[in-house]
Ligand binder design. Structure first.
Ligand code: CTP
Length: 284
């Protein structure tokens, strides 16, 4: 679905009204392109920011928008999202608090921008994103296999909170509580690290996430280099007002060239648009 909002003519003070500003921001959060308003003489006789854009400007803007979509259609994107479930037996598993929202929003923004998008998702409560090739998996091993079989792509965004460990000897019958001895754990493959460091199919642009509770910058820079990423998007998962289960996020982006961007707290949908805009600039 293409989302364009043509700002109607309104007095500048109406445009500046708080509720109007918030409504406009909502449209931006939903992924709308906004055309206008512009500064000029208004029908009420005043001069200010409230004039509807000229028809030629609107047509030009719409043409550019569709050109951008057409151009992005040549790009393939892969996104991992959500938690993984590592089963001990048929009814118990190891997992984490990831909701998958950020990854689903990134997939939504990619498809809205014309990318051929595959989303490999662990178990979540989220609805599929229209147009996105959704592959549902449960374990980290399944996520790794699904990722490998969907390469090559131009860009891969690894937003999944993959469980770091799995159980060595998963039981096919429910383990009786008096039979629980020690759990033998083994490390899951680092999907991002594996694809970025060892795979001939490494996407041109590899974006990792870092979920941290301490030393955000140092840990993120370590992941940037060890996992051979182009960018690491880092967030502090100890905060309740952003991250895992929230609709909001606040991140810093660490780039391979040592630069860093600190973005303000915003809706996950807006952050997804910000990330995808940067991906488009990088790929073009
Ligand atoms: N990741 C992955 N496969 C794993 C573990 C992590 O692809 N088995 C990816 C995540 O999707 C994310 C990045 O690696 O893009 C960092 O994940 P994070 O959980 O922050 O770090 P870990 O590598 O698990 O390290 P630690 O738990 O020690 O912080």
């Amino acid at each position: 679905d293409k989302k364009i909002f043509i700002a109607p003519a309104m007095n500048g003070r109406m445009w500046e009204n708080q509720s109007n500003k918030e409504n406009l921001k909502k449209l931006v959060d939903f992924g709308y392109e906004i055309i206008g308003p512009e500064a000029g003489d208004m029908a009420c006789g005043e001069f200010g920011m409230g004039k509807m854009s000229e028809p030629a400007t609107i047509i030009n803007h719409i043409n550019n928008y569709f050109k951008k979509l057409e151009n992005n259609k040549k790009f393939k994107a892969l996104v991992t999202a959500g938690p993984t479930h590592e089963y001990l037996d048929p009814v118990r598993f190891i997992t984490n608090k990831s909701s998958g929202k950020q990854g689903y929003e990134i997939a939504r923004s990619l498809i809205e921008n014309g990318f051929d998008t595959t989303l490999i998702s662990g178990p979540t409560n989220l609805s599929p994103v229209k147009g996105v090739n959704l592959i549902k998996i449960k374990s980290a091993d399944e996520m790794l296999n699904a990722t490998l079989s969907n390469l090559p792509t131009d860009v891969a965004i690894f937003s999944a909170a993959v469980a770091d460990f799995k159980v060595k000897d998963k039981k096919s019958e429910k383990i009786k509580k008096n039979k629980f001895s020690e759990l033998n754990l083994e490390k899951n493959t680092d999907i991002l690290g594996h694809i970025s460091n060892h795979n001939s199919l490494r996407p041109k642009l590899v974006v990792g996430f870092a979920a941290e509770t301490t030393s955000l910058k140092n840990n993120s820079l370590k992941k940037l280099s060890e996992k051979n990423c182009d960018w690491i998007i880092a967030n502090d998962v100890s905060r309740d007002d952003i991250g895992f289960e929230s609709d909001f996020n606040q991140v810093s982006i660490f780039y391979k060239n040592n630069s860093e961007e600190n973005l303000p707290r915003m809706r996950k949908s807006s952050l997804a648009n910000e990330i995808v805009n940067r991906i488009i600039s990088q790929l073009n």
